[in-house]
Design a protein around this ligand. Structure first.
Ligand code: NAD
Length: 430
């Protein structure tokens, strides 16, 4: 694999890579991070770009480009999702891999950070084609992933089925007596294929928990609070499900196809059933009205949950946001300039590396169970998840208060300090 310097090539507009580097440098300055360790952390360890052929249903061959960026593994194996989306490129993978390093460090997990995916629009391919694309991508990644090296998981447009195909392909390339030792090469698998109870809802449940902890901190009730969700996939749906159960009211949803609004409330379960029968789209749902996408972030509400893609909250919409809390289910949804505007306006932000960490914590539980031949029930998984999320939230809240910094900076400071300590103790080879 090649090792490439990542930070010299800045995208012209403020992209996700620029964002994560600014967030990192801001916190590194506050930490007074050792300059040599800063040099290590501001670049990625390994970057793999693969081009691979796949036969389409019509018999033609198409060439796809896949990415896997491994940012840092000082704390343990690389860990992070695989995304199938037209916006996947090397810079997006670099940025998302870096966020994973800070997220796993903050959560106190024995993992580093990685991310990858394929640049494609999955709606243009059949299930059979997606299966062949996934299997051939896995084959192309070869031994650059592995249960003790780099462990992928689901992300945008990938799911437990995608993970099952990866697992099966990876295991099939091993000798028979090695196969079952590799069950933990991916997490987010279906239960029947070695997945864990609760991994499906872990990210959304974690988003909900951080909102609950925030409300407790502020001595606020979640009952009757209005919230809006951008992205009604794995993260958006489960976050909405748990918040609604707590008595909060979902008033608007936006997905890749459009936006819906009902001030009296939208039932997440009912909307999910509708999307399942409607190719994953919320459009046409009869119990809410359509609104323009541009109206979404300016809607009257208490809590806003971006749970789709990066860079959705920008200088263009930050000034009109009415919510008093932004809970970042997505990775990198708020750009740095928008964040300054929001903080100036007194709006709290639970940062992605804290807010959506339930996903990687749930993945860690799955990995541990596979490694140790254990099976935990749902109650145990959710209880352990809550304990871990609470620990991280409290650490961030304490740092925010004692150092008088915002929550994102506090989260980054904690993550960076843990990594710095590791490097100081271990030294640099040779
Ligand atoms: P998903 O594929 O299940 O759902 C994505 C949703 O976003 C869909 O409803 C889609 O229609 C919507 N969407 C896509 N483009 C959009 C756009 N331009 N505007 C509005 N909506 C759009 O993906 P997911 O797993 O729920 O991931 C969502 C976000 O959460 C991503 O940023 C991902 O990195 C992050 N995340 C996911 C996990 C996880 O466990 N799945 C963990 C941590 C963070």
């Amino acid at each position: 694999m090649t090792t490439v310097l990542t930070t010299k090539k800045r995208p012209s507009k403020q992209g996700m890579l620029d964002n994560v580097m600014r967030q990192f440098n801001n916190a590194a300055d506050i930490v007074g991070l050792n300059p040599n360790i800063r040099k290590i952390l501001e670049v990625t360890n390994n970057e793999l770009v693969v081009h691979f052929p796949v036969r389409m249903d019509d018999g033609e061959v198409e060439i796809f480009t896949g990415y896997r960026v491994q940012h840092n593994n000082a704390l343990g194996p690389y860990k992070g999702g695989l995304r199938y989306h037209p916006t996947v490129d090397i810079d997006a993978a670099r940025a998302l891999a870096m966020w994973m390093t800070w997220k796993t460090s903050l959560a106190g997990l024995p993992y580093g950070g990685a991310k990858g995916g394929i640049q494609l629009d999955p709606t243009k391919y059949s299930q059979d084609e997606l299966q062949r694309i996934t299997r051939r991508f896995t084959y192309a990644l070869g031994d650059n992933i592995g249960p003790e090296l780099d462990i992928p998981a689901p992300d945008v447009n990938t799911n437990s089925q995608t993970m099952a195909w990866i697992l099966d392909t990876y295991m099939s390339t091993k000798s028979p007596n090695e196969r079952s030792k590799n069950l933990h090469v991916v997490t987010g698998k279906p239960i029947g294929a070695g997945g864990s109870e609760g991994r499906d809802r872990a990210t959304g449940y974690g988003v909900f928990l951080t909102i609950k902890f925030w409300a407790e901190h502020k001595k606020l009730e979640l009952k009757n609070k209005k919230f809006i969700v951008q992205g009604f996939g794995n993260v958006g749906y489960w976050a909405a499900h748990f918040l609604s159960k707590e008595g909060a009211i979902l008033t608007a949803v936006q997905d890749a196809y459009g936006s819906l609004y009902n001030e009296k409330g939208i039932c997440p379960e009912h909307l999910l059933d509708y999307t399942k029968a409607n190719k994953g789209s919320i459009i046409g749902y009869s119990r809410a009205g359509n609104i323009e996408n541009s109206e979404f972030f300016g809607l009257e509400c208490d809590i806003c949950i971006p749970a789709a893609l990066g860079n959705q909250i920008t200088v263009d919409n930050a000034p009109v946001i009415k919510a008093s809390l932004i809970a970042e289910g997505a990775n990198g949804p708020t750009d740095v300039k928008a964040e300054e505007i929001l903080l100036d306006r007194g709006i709290d932000i639970i940062p992605d590396i804290l807010c959506n960490a339930g996903g990687v914590i749930g993945s860690y539980f799955e990995w541990l169970q596979n490694r140790n031949g254990e099976i935990w029930d749902l109650k145990e998984v959710l209880e352990r998840l809550e304990r871990k999320m609470k620990e991280s939230f409290n650490k961030v809240a304490h740092k925010t208060k004692t150092q008088k910094i915002d929550m994102r900076t506090a989260a980054f400071v904690i993550a960076i300090e843990r990594l710095e300590e590791t490097y100081v103790q271990r030294g640099i080879f040779p």
